[in-house]
Design a protein. Structure first.
Length: 515
């Protein structure tokens, strides 16, 4: 039947042989004796895709037999199998061709390496991962990792497993068979940085799924990642920090890292490697979000000063996340005081000038957080930070604009700072924002009102009224109500105008006369 010219006959014959060979090793030997291998070899390159697929499926099963593998090598089927691994081929062909190559590779490391590299590519497909699990391919990969003689294959085997960990079904399968515990144990004892780094990256990818995070937490993946932070390799530290960030979405993991991993992450903030610093501070940002206990752990690990220093980092991600951690810590009064002592407001002046919207937003939010203190506002004013803050009011980014309005509202709490903000044009910009239904927000309206409360002449001219809490002092003047969008003129500008028949400007001079 394997010599039939009819494609349907060939496909059905191969399917029957696949089922027969799957039942045991004796059946594979029987087929070998009947000369089936030679006929199948001709069919793996058949023009009909169904025939081709079914023939390769038989090869994938039969290649587990030593004598069959010997004949396959004599027939030199390797190149024919590799040619079937093109992207446009059926995923089943990919799986069984690779399975056949893997079986043939038992005595030949170079073929094993080739098979693993091929598996790494095709296991990015979800269907392939499922087939790999069902055909016990995961067990083979774990055995490679457990065998010291195959140490030169460990990186490639781990790369395949990394793809498999992304899939919940496959991860559950590895977990249920004890494979995940073996994998984490292997990573724990390995001294090869590339293996440690790839393992951490695999955990990061797996942790994007909530169910995967639960499984990883059950296997105490946190201990593995914390140990990787201690490895003397920057790439490993970065990968481990990123995995910690991903696992923080699981509350149990977040608590576990808070108890053990925070001191190590704080130490990494002093690294000379900017990428390490960024990965560590990003992990701390995730750990301290809505977690007062973790924020306390950062402060106890003496993390405040290195966090403030990180605001001067060369990487935008590090700056933005450092600002985030500091604002998370500032929710507790003692830590806010300590942060202010480190001069955070003067350091924030540079991030406020950043061209990165994420940095701008986080820096403005930090100003809003720390600006409730009069000394902090004075520090920002003296450092020249009000100018770039006012410029952020013009941002096209909604989050940046909102946080800048919030910061201006907070900073306008004292007369000196409010006057400087007005001098820099904050009032005009806020008026423009509030005239736009698409741009105005609660903070822009509150910021404008706060500034006007410290500039009563303009408030009365624009609003037509004063609040009961507004007290007129020396220097107040009433030039009449102005229309929206019309510039409010200072007393000096008004004095330079020519006399008209318009009503007089009322000026309050309440200073006691000197004797």
């Amino acid at each position: 039947m394997l010599s039939s010219p009819e494609e349907e006959v060939l496909a059905k014959a191969c399917d029957a042989l696949y089922k027969f060979a799957s039942k045991g090793d004796e059946n594979k030997v029987t087929l070998l004796g009947l000369g089936a291998v030679e006929h199948l070899y001709k069919l793996i390159s058949h023009e009909d895709p169904i025939v081709r697929r079914n023939a390769i499926m038989v090869f994938g099963i039969m290649a587990s037999n030593h004598d069959v593998r010997k004949l396959l090598r004599e027939l030199d089927v390797t190149n024919s199998l590799i040619s079937q691994l093109t992207p446009e081929e059926d995923v089943v062909i990919h799986e069984f061709a690779t399975l056949c190559l893997a079986h043939m590779a038992v005595e030949y490391t170079i073929i094993q390496l080739l098979a693993l590299k091929t598996l790494e590519v095709i296991s990015k497909d979800r269907e392939t991962r499922i087939i790999l699990g069902e055909s016990k391919g995961l067990d083979c990969l774990l055995k490679i990792l457990e065998t010291n003689e195959f140490s030169d294959l460990h990186v490639e085997a781990l790369a395949v497993l990394a793809n498999c960990l992304e899939d919940v079904h496959t991860l559950q399968l590895i977990h249920q068979t004890g494979g995940l515990k073996k994998l984490l144990s292997f990573v724990g004892v390995s001294t090869v940085p590339s293996i440690q780094k790839n393992a951490a990256k695999a955990i990061t990818r797996a942790a994007y799924d909530s169910e995967n995070r639960k499984i990883l937490n059950q296997e105490e993946v946190e201990k593995c990642l914390i140990n990787l932070l201690e490895i003397d390799n920057d790439g490993v530290k970065v990968a481990a920090s990123q995995a910690i960030s991903a696992m923080c979405e699981n509350l149990a993991s977040k608590r576990a890292f808070g108890l053990q991993g925070i001191p190590q992450l704080v130490q990494l903030l002093s690294s000379d490697n900017e990428e390490v610093k960024e990965a560590a501070v990003t992990a701390l940002a995730n750990l301290t979000a809505a977690s007062p206990s973790n924020a306390s752990a950062v402060a106890e690990a003496e993390g405040i000063e290195p966090l403030v220093n990180t605001l001067n980092s060369q990487r935008d991600g590090a700056i933005a996340n450092a600002a985030t951690v500091l604002t998370n810590l500032a929710m507790q009064q003692p830590f806010r005081v300590n942060i202010q002592r480190c001069g955070i407001m003067s350091v924030l002046e540079e991030p406020l000038r950043s061209t990165n919207s994420q940095v701008q937003s986080k820096a403005a939010f930090a100003v809003a957080t720390f600006g409730c203190d009069a000394d902090a506002r004075t520090e920002l004013r003296n450092a020249g930070g009000l100018g770039p803050l006012v410029e952020l009011l013009r941002s096209k980014n909604e989050e940046v604009r909102r946080n800048a309005c919030w910061a201006v509202m907070v900073c306008a709490s004292d007369e000196l700072t409010a006057f400087e903000l007005c001098r820099l044009g904050a009032l005009d910009i806020l008026e423009e924002i509030n005239l736009s239904t698409g741009c105005k927000n609660n903070f822009s309206e509150a910021a404008l009102e706060k500034l006007l409360d410290n500039n009563l002449s303009q408030k009365y001219s624009q609003m037509g009224y004063l609040s009961s809490s507004n007290i007129i002092t020396d220097g107040f003047y009433d030039c009449g109500q102005i229309k929206p969008g019309v510039k409010f003129l200072s007393l000096e500008e008004l004095s330079m105008q020519k006399l008209t028949d318009h009503r007089a400007i009322i000026f309050i001079n309440a200073k006691p006369q000197e004797e």
